[in-house]
Design a protein around this ligand. Structure first.
Ligand code: FAD
Length: 394
């Protein structure tokens, strides 16, 4: 059957109930959830699904060991995000037959020396004050749990409920689940901007000047969200790229290096349990530069080796870099962006994999004209609207 005139490759029509811009974890999970309500949905992706940060991420689902001073609202959000993961993983695996590598074995944050121990003691005091499930362990207890740890480890924090998922398996499963639910995913289709008229989103325009009409537009273009035009002025603060480098290693015999996530103040080590080990990640403010550097790889390997010396026996795989989407306060931007049914879902920074299920539920609610879950409401982009114009644009 000849395609309808003006229909983009990968799509079958020119008008949908919802169009999602960006096929990362956030855009795909949102599309899947919107389609569950019976809506027609298209996802437009400039490159291929998972080409952004979601295809690079380590996949830690770690709200407790990510908790930091002065971020209580974000902690509540991250805990709510983690709570949705087990059911989301079960549902996605059942819908697709895929295995996501979702494992909840806990995390151990270890001190490589006494300076680290002082820093981790302060972090542990904060975790206790916040009522989080995290216990202090003596060096011998750390090594009993993870025998590959260096004898020089000076203690650590055990957070028993932290989990992990394989982000690339997640993206592949989300694409399959979307397609099975009738979502059309068009790759190699760059969106130039959103079309707004009469105070409401009407659709998107591609870089090739094609139009797709939509009753709702979801902006989930990660670190590139601010490059989309047509968003009402002042409705969205700038989303900036925050570069992260990460190294993939392989244990020749498939022997596990660690059964839990192992973190230090300088790196983390994620053992996927099948011989694959990931060491991450740098945090760099370098604009849209996504080059892997010798210095980044060197610092990560050294930081992992000081607590897990067996790292030096592992085979070196690929080193990769990705761009996290960062908002001015480093917290997500989920809500309407200056027009009815123009929904943004970006700025997830270090926790976009963790927050994908919760964000997707929030986006589906907003797309249906309903309020987002209570934990997400404080993260609407309008929190920047009342601030000084320079800060909103910073
Ligand atoms: C090294 C590293 C480690 C990380 N580790 C973790 C972790 O352990 N746990 C965790 O929860 N999070 C982690 N993160 C963060 C996480 O990866 C991000 O927060 C998350 O992937 C953001 O998802 P997203 O869908 O918003 O963006 P992305 O995955 O970047 O997806 C955005 C998509 O939009 C597309 N796009 C951009 N512009 C356009 C356009 N104009 N038209 C069409 N499509 C467009 C891009 O090609 C891309 O595919 C890590 C990130 C990095 C870099």
């Amino acid at each position: 059957m000849p395609a309808e005139e003006g229909v983009i490759d990968g799509l079958t029509r020119t008008s949908y109930d919802a169009v999602v811009v960006g096929a990362g974890a956030i855009g795909l999970a949102s599309a899947w959830r919107i389609a569950r309500g019976g809506a027609s949905v298209a996802v437009l992706e400039r490159d291929v699904a998972g080409a952004g940060a979601s295809g690079v991420a380590a996949g830690m689902l770690a709200p407790v060991t990510e908790a930091d001073f002065g971020e209580r609202a974000l902690l509540r959000l991250n805990l709510a995000g983690a709570a949705r993961w087990p059911a989301f993983a079960r549902e996605l695996e059942a819908a697709t037959g895929a295995t996501l590598g979702h494992r909840a074995r806990g995390a151990l944050v270890v001190a490589a020396d006494r300076d680290d121990a002082g820093e981790l003691r302060r972090l542990h005091a904060l975790q206790r004050e916040l009522g989080l499930d995290a216990g202090w362990l003596a060096p011998s207890e750390c090594r009993r749990l993870e025998p590959a740890l260096s004898p020089r480890v000076a203690g650590g924090i055990l957070a028993p409920h932290e989990a992990q998922v394989d982000p690339r398996a997640l993206v592949a499963a989300l694409v399959a689940a979307c397609r099975a639910a009738g979502v059309e995913v068009a790759e190699r289709c760059e969106v130039a901007g959103v079309e707004v008229a009469g105070g409401a989103a009407r659709g998107v325009r591609t870089a090739a000047a094609e139009r797709v009409a939509a009753g709702c537009v979801v902006l989930a273009a990660g670190a590139w969200t601010s490059r989309l035009d047509g968003v009402p002025p002042g409705a969205l603060p700038r989303v900036r790229p925050v570069k992260g480098q990460l190294i993939e290693l392989r244990a020749p015999g498939g022997e596990p290096l660690a059964s839990r996530l192992v973190r230090t103040p300088r790196c983390y080590v994620v053992d996927r349990g099948d011989g694959r080990v990931v060491v991450g990640a740098t945090m760099e403010e370098r604009g849209f530069d996504d080059a892997v550097t010798a210095g980044g790889v060197h610092r990560l390997l050294e930081a992992a080796w000081e607590v897990l010396p067996e790292v030096e026996e592992l085979e070196l795989g690929r080193a990769r870099a990705g761009l996290r989407p960062g908002s001015p306060d480093n917290a997500p931007l989920v809500g309407e962006a200056g027009a009815e049914r123009l929904v943004v879902a970006s700025g997830h920074h270090r926790n976009g994999i963790l927050l994908a299920p919760l964000t997707a539920d929030a986006v589906a609610a907003l797309a249906a004209g309903e309020p987002a879950p209570a934990e997400v409401a404080p993260f609407a982009p309008e929190r920047f609207a009342s601030r000084a114009p320079q800060e909103a644009l910073a």
